[in-house]
Design a binder for this molecule. Structure first.
Ligand code: ADP
Length: 489
């Protein structure tokens, strides 16, 4: 099959979170299965700054937006590391900016225009790039208008007649909500504002355009169920129940060429499941780097996260002092909303010997935290799939997570009864269900207790190493979804 994956972020071109990792690594796995694969994203400033080579394919292509034609430049590049052809949509007034979506905690006010243009230019651009996909795989709200544009404006043309689409929801919390009066910008007929199409409350949501695709999926089986409930549906649960027949859940994989303790060039000493000695060295090096005492006994817990409401650090802040006072060390790397950044800054100020907080985005330090910690914390309010818990397990680092979404699908809780016969333990971590500080503290206490039992802890860590979160199986699942979508054409 000829497949084009389109997303607002793709590793290593541009990344703010897991979306980039997924759309950066799935293409490689599809390529391995023998498919012809390409990628598309906007030509952001950060791509230029990385010095990635690009070639101008078409200059000044007129793309309709808000009643005008904007003049777009189309580029071709290749994904570093895989050489997969990558189509870049260039329009400097929109994409030549310091950040991808927002600055100083504020969304760019013209994100609708920026991504509507990207969506329309993608369809306009296909003949210029000379790529006629069988499957257009769309991701999250930033690509939500592609399906409506395709069916309204392009389907009648031979070139587009047989292009099937699959839409993946990576995070329903970001739905591209817009007020009604901005709808004409899209150029779509007004009837799309109806609630069974794009309408959402008093406005409309770009992500709902994706729901019109013949196949929709999300990034874990559990999350596919959860988003059909009021608690996790962000007001769209009814719409998702309506399409439940074509709604699937496929767990993400991680890229083991990036996340592999045996070859990782960012960590102090390489190690593996068979030879874990290096992990102790990584632990000491991490403690030194973040200025915590180099002690071997305390449980060293890591956090690498966007600091947003989703990630659950408000319940952690309720119990953080109690947890730290029970003797653990905490290493935090994260950035995002001021309120959550402050929680960790304050903790680090209050417990300088036990807590370190690096408030930034730092790829290299992230590797060293995954490698050097004993345990990894993700108390998410909701979590579509989550990559960090899988990455931590690849480094033998035991996750403590809330049992929601992909966290529930990927972490096996240690039950009290398991401990009777350590050799038979299959658990990989600690989970809790209720969204409260109390429930989180109880999971952390179980973790602290298990850490004191050397044999048990080694078994947990070994079970983590043994997990296989590679893309192989999930890529095959995506191919099945592509086939379903193609059959519907
Ligand atoms: P989400 O996509 O919701 O942010 P995921 O767990 O799916 O969460 O993916 C997060 C990805 O982003 C992981 O690769 C993680 O290592 C990385 N990451 C998150 N925050 C940071 C940070 N401050 N510095 C470096 N990497 C980060």
């Amino acid at each position: 099959m000829r497949i084009l994956l389109s997303s607002s972020e793709v590793f290593p071109f541009a990344k703010t979170g897991g979306l980039a990792d997924v759309v950066g690594s799935l293409p490689r796995a599809l390529l391995g299965l023998g498919h012809e694969v390409t990628i598309a994203l906007p030509y952001y400033r950060c791509i230029r700054e990385k010095g990635i080579a690009v070639e101008l394919v078409a200059e000044g292509v007129p793309v309709p937006l808000g009643g005008d034609n904007l003049s777009v430049d189309l580029y071709l590049s290749h994904q570093p590391g895989s050489d997969i052809p990558t189509f870049l949509v260039g329009y400097d007034p929109f994409y030549d900016r310091p950040e991808l979506y927002s600055q100083d905690d504020r969304e760019y006010p013209d994100n609708l225009e920026r991504f509507a243009l990207f969506n329309r230019a993608l369809l306009e651009g296909l003949p210029h790039w000379g790529f006629q996909p069988d499957i257009l795989h769309l991701n999250d709200w930033h690509t939500g208008l592609v399906q409506p544009y395709l069916q309204e404006f392009y389907r009648g043309q031979d070139f587009y007649r047989r292009i099937a689409t699959v839409f993946t929801i990576h995070n329903l919390g970001y739905k591209g909500y817009q007020p009604k009066d901005k709808f004409p910008t899209t150029g779509l007929p007004q009837e799309y504002l109806q609630h069974h199409l794009l309408g959402d409350g008093d406005g409309w949501a770009m992500i709902k355009g994706g729901f019109l695709a013949p196949v929709v999926n999300t990034v874990s089986p559990r999350y596919a169920e959860e988003i059909q409930t009021e608690e996790f549906g962000f007001g769209l649960d009814k719409d998702l129940r309506r399409i439940s027949e074509k709604l699937y859940g496929v767990i993400n994989g991680i890229d083991y060429s990036v996340w592999n303790p045996a070859t990782d060039r960012f960590i102090a000493k390489n190690f593996s499941r068979e030879d874990i000695a290096g992990k102790t060295e990584c632990r000491r090096a991490l403690q030194e780097e973040v200025a915590l005492p180099q002690r071997d006994d305390p449980l060293l817990v890591g956090v690498v996260s966007r600091l947003s409401k989703q990630k659950g650090f408000d319940i952690f802040s309720d119990i953080a002092s109690q947890f730290i006072e029970s003797g653990a060390q905490l290493v935090v790397l994260g950035s995002g909303v001021d309120r959550y950044e402050d929680i960790f800054r304050k903790l680090a100020g209050k417990y300088p010997k036990q807590c370190s907080a690096t408030i930034s985005y730092d790829r290299d330090l992230a590797h060293r935290i995954y490698a050097g910690c004993d345990a990894f914390l993700m108390p998410s309010r909701y979590e579509p799939c989550g990559l960090s818990q899988m990455i931590s397990m690849a480094y033998g680092t035991v996750p403590v997570v809330r049992a929601v979404g992909g966290l529930a699908d990927t972490v096996i809780n240690l039950e009290d009864a398991d401990v009777e016969e350590i050799a038979k333990v299959e658990a990989t971590g600690f989970t809790f269900t209720e969204y409260s500080g109390e429930a989180l503290l109880s999971a952390l206490r179980r973790c602290l207790k298990a850490h004191q039992n050397r044999e048990l802890w080694q078994k947990l860590s070994d079970n983590c190493f043994a997990q296989d979160f590679s893309w192989d199986e999930s890529a095959k699942r995506y191919v099945e979804l592509y086939e379903i979508a193609a059959r519907k054409m």
